[in-house]
Design a protein. Structure first.
Length: 323
């Protein structure tokens, strides 16, 4: 997958794709349905399959101090889109230049001009341009005038209503990772580099891989059964384990992070990249009278997590989702 971060000065081979436009936070089933429509448009036009998205997320750009809301960071999004067969990822930097473009300027200068897209696919509720004044119907009109095709994709409905990033965030807030997976079509994952911590877990007999969750929507704080992909380094592969997400109240910490203990693993993971899939919520964070009480609870957490993960299967049945 080729990643392009600007719409100007692209070589001919990176222009002319059929692309879906949006933020694709979570790359959930609704996004995947849009990508499937785009794939068919790419085949009809003999064009690469593309995604046009923005980094940082426009919501982060306009409200940098708002609570974190993203389901995945840019790296995790790239991995997921590549798995879906995307060939061109136009990950445009959202800055003062891009945010100032009117809807007509965005269609003319970015879509038709710089990227020379053959066809674009957007959701029926798509808005674009300065002040989000452009509508999906405006895009259809601009496409007719500027020579690119436009398809409006319907919203995806599941058993509980529209599949959306908002609904997925709520499921994670409630500690319902399997419900989130039903809407995502895959386990919700936290991805990032393993950082040096205080190494307290090692002293307790449970060495953990520590990762930041800064900038991400925090799942319910507590202990999870997890499946872990080590994405780089000599230990690359898939492992099972238990993870603690939260502020570690036993030790007076206050910066949320993700600490993952891998079962049946021995090795140094510092500097490698992990993808931690939340499979089942086990219990909320709590404090204990002494360290021995904490260790006993951690033993119990790992036993429960192993029992759940022994029955590990692909994400929950998606049969209640209709396209």
């Amino acid at each position: 997958m080729k990643i392009c971060t600007d719409w100007t000065g692209l070589p001919p081979e990176d222009r002319g794709a059929a692309a879906a436009i949006g933020n694709f936070d979570g790359v959930h089933l609704g996004h995947q349905a849009v990508i499937d429509i785009t794939r068919k448009a790419a085949e009809r036009n003999g064009a690469p399959l593309g995604i046009l998205t923005f980094e940082p997320h426009p919501r982060e750009y306009f409200a940098p101090d708002a609570p974190p809301f993203r389901l995945m960071n840019a790296e995790a999004k790239q991995h997921r889109l590549e798995k879906l067969g995307v060939e061109r990822l136009y990950q445009l930097r959202f800055d003062s230049r891009l945010s100032a473009l009117t809807p007509e300027e965005f269609a003319r200068d970015v879509i038709a001009g710089g990227l020379d897209l053959r066809h674009v696919v957007v959701g029926a509720d798509f808005c674009f341009g300065k002040g989000r004044k452009g509508t999906a119907q405006d895009l259809v009109r601009f496409g007719d005038e500027l020579g690119f095709g436009v398809t409006l994709a319907p919203l995806l409905e599941g058993a509980a209503g529209a599949v959306s990033s908002t609904a997925i965030r709520q499921a994670l807030t409630d500690g319902r990772p399997r419900d989130a997976a039903r809407m995502l079509g895959h386990w919700h994952r936290i991805e990032g580099e393993v950082l040096h911590g205080d190494k307290r877990g090692r002293d307790l007999g449970f060495p953990t891989a520590n990762m930041t969750i800064r900038g991400l929507h925090p799942p319910r704080f507590g202990i999870y059964a997890v499946s872990v992909d080590i994405l780089s380094g000599p230990h690359a592969g898939t492992y099972l384990g238990a993870a603690s997400i939260g502020t570690r109240p036993q030790f007076g910490e206050n910066i949320p992070n993700c600490e993952t203990f891998l079962f049946d693993f021995s090795g140094d993971l510092y500097g490698t990249h992990l993808s931690v899939a939340l499979v089942e919520f086990l219990r909320p964070e709590q404090t204990f009278q002494d360290v021995q009480g904490l260790i006993a609870q951690m033993d119990d957490d790992c036993t429960r997590a192993r029992a759940i993960l022994d029955r590990l299967c692909p994400p929950p049945s998606l049969s209640d989702i209709t396209r």
